[in-house]
Design a protein around this ligand. Structure first.
Ligand code: SF4
Length: 345
C-alpha cells in the first residue's frame, strides 16, 4: 500500500483504526506532503515502532527517477519508472518568474489524436493517484521551486477520472499539498459526463480545452473522440459553467500546416467560440519523427493570432520549449521504451 492512494479522510480513518491519536495523522501528512520525507525513518516525530512497521509494509514513493535531460533553454524532462516497469514523463518549464511542472495521468492514451505522439503510441494503463502525485513530490524533494502545475502530460486526465480527481483533492487540501487553485491547470479534450462532474466538484480549477479545429467536422479528422463528444456540446457546457466562475477558460489550438491554420479557419473559430469568455493559446505544431503534419510558417501563425485579437480574444502563441530534448508529450517514453534503437519511422 502507498499512503498517497488515500484521501485525507481515509488516512485519518486508518490512523483511528490503528488505535493511534489523531495528531499522528497530521504528522504523517506533514511528512508525506509538506516536507516531504525521503524515507519513513526520517519521520522523526513518529514512534520508532510505527516507523519500522511503515517501512516494512508500505512503499513511500511509487516512482523512481531514471533520467533527467536538460535543454539549452533550461526546460528539463524527467523520466520516471513505475513499480511495474512503465515509463512516465514530466517536464519542468521555466518562464520568467514561473517554474511550471507538467505532469502525466496515464501511460499512453486511448484518445488517438492524430497530431500527438502519445496518442499514436496507444494506451497502456491509468496512473494511480500516488503515481500522479509522486511526479510533484519527487520534484519538490529535489528542491525545484515549482510555482505552477499543469496536468497536460501523457494521457487524458478525464479518462482516468477517479485517480485524477483524488489527486486534485490532495493537491488542494490544506492538510496535504495545499496548492492554490490559481496554480493548477487541467487540460482535457472534453469527455462530457466527466467534464461536467469536474466543473461541479472544482468550480475554481483552471481549465484548458484542447480544441484544435474551427468546427466539428475538421476536429473529427484529427480527434476521433469528436464523434462521441461533439465540440458544440462541450462548449455549451463551458458556457453554462462560466457564469459561476471568475477565471476564464483557455482554448488550446495546435496549428497544423495547411490543415487548420488559414485565415478562414481563424474567422470560423471566432464564430464557434461566440458567447464564451476565453483566452486562446496557439501552439505551432512540434513535429515528431513520422508525424503526419508539419509546423506552419511563423508568418501564418502571426496572421492567425492577429485575426483572433481583432475579434477581441486574448491570444498567445506558445513558445516551443526543449526542442533539443524531445520535450513534447510522449517523446522521451517513446525513445526509451518503444523505440530503443532510435529508428524514426
Ligand atoms: S493530445 Fe492528449 S488526449 Fe489527445 S492523444 Fe495526446 S495525450 Fe491523448
Amino acid at each position: 500500500m502507498n499512503f498517497k492512494e488515500l484521501s485525507v479522510e481515509e488516512l485519518l480513518n486508518w490512523v483511528k483504526e490503528k488505535g493511534l491519536e489523531k495528531y499522528r495523522a497530521e504528522q504523517l501528512l506533514y511528512w508525506l506532503y509538506k516536507k516531504p520525507a525521503k524515507t519513513f525513518s526520517e519521520m522523526s516525530n513518529l514512534p520508532a515502532a510505527l516507523r519500522k512497521e511503515l517501512e516494512e509494509n508500505f512503499s513511500l514513493f511509487s516512482l523512481k527517477e531514471v533520467e533527467t535531460i536538460k535543454s539549452a533553454d533550461q526546460t528539463e524532462k524527467k523520466l520516471f519508472i513505475t513499480e511495474d516497469g512503465e515509463f512516465v514523463e514530466s517536464v519542468i518549464i521555466p518562464d520568467k518568474d514561473r517554474l511550471t511542472l507538467c505532469i502525466s495521468t496515464q501511460i499512453g492514451c486511448r484518445m488517438g489524436c492524430r497530431f500527438c505522439l502519445t496518442g499514436y503510441q496507444g494506451f497502456k494503463r491509468n496512473l494511480r493517484t500516488c503515481e500522479i502525485l509522486d511526479q510533484i513530490l519527487l520534484v519538490k524533494l529535489q528542491g525545484y521551486p515549482i510555482t505552477n502545475i499543469v496536468i497536460m502530460g501523457m494521457g487524458e486526465p478525464l479518462d482516468n477520472f477517479e485517480n485524477t480527481t483524488k489527486a486534485l483533492k490532495l493537491m488542494f487540501d490544506e492538510r496535504a499539498l495545499g496548492l492554490s487553485y490559481r496554480k493548477v491547470t487541467l487540460s482535457t479534450i472534453g469527455i462530457i459526463p466527466e467534464l461536467e462532474e469536474l466543473l461541479k466538484t472544482f468550480p475554481k480549477l483552471a481549465l484548458s480545452l484542447s480544441l484544435n479545429a474551427p468546427d466539428g467536422e475538421k476536429r473529427a479528422e484529427i480527434m476521433p473522440m469528436e464523434k462521441r463528444y461533439p465540440i458544440k456540446e462541450i462548449l455549451a457546457i463551458l458556457r453554462k459553467y462560466q457564469k459561476n466562475r471568475r477565471k476564464m477558460f483557455t482554448m488550446e489550438y495546435v496549428l497544423l500546416k495547411g490543415f487548420n491554420d488559414s485565415e478562414d479557419d481563424a474567422r470560423k473559430l471566432t464564430g464557434l467560440l461566440k458567447g464564451l469568455r476565453c483566452k486562446i493559446n496557439l501552439i505551432p505544431f512540434n513535429p515528431w519523427p513520422g508525424s503526419p503534419f508539419e509546423r506552419p510558417e511563423e508568418e501564418r501563425v502571426l496572421r492567425f493570432q492577429e485575426i483572433l485579437i481583432e475579434k477581441g480574444y486574448s491570444t498567445f502563441i506558445r513558445k516551443s520549449k526543449g526542442k533539443d530534448i524531445l520535450a513534447a508529450c510522449g517523446q522521451l517514453r517513446w525513445k526509451k521504451q518503444l523505440n530503443p534503437e532510435g529508428s524514426a519511422n
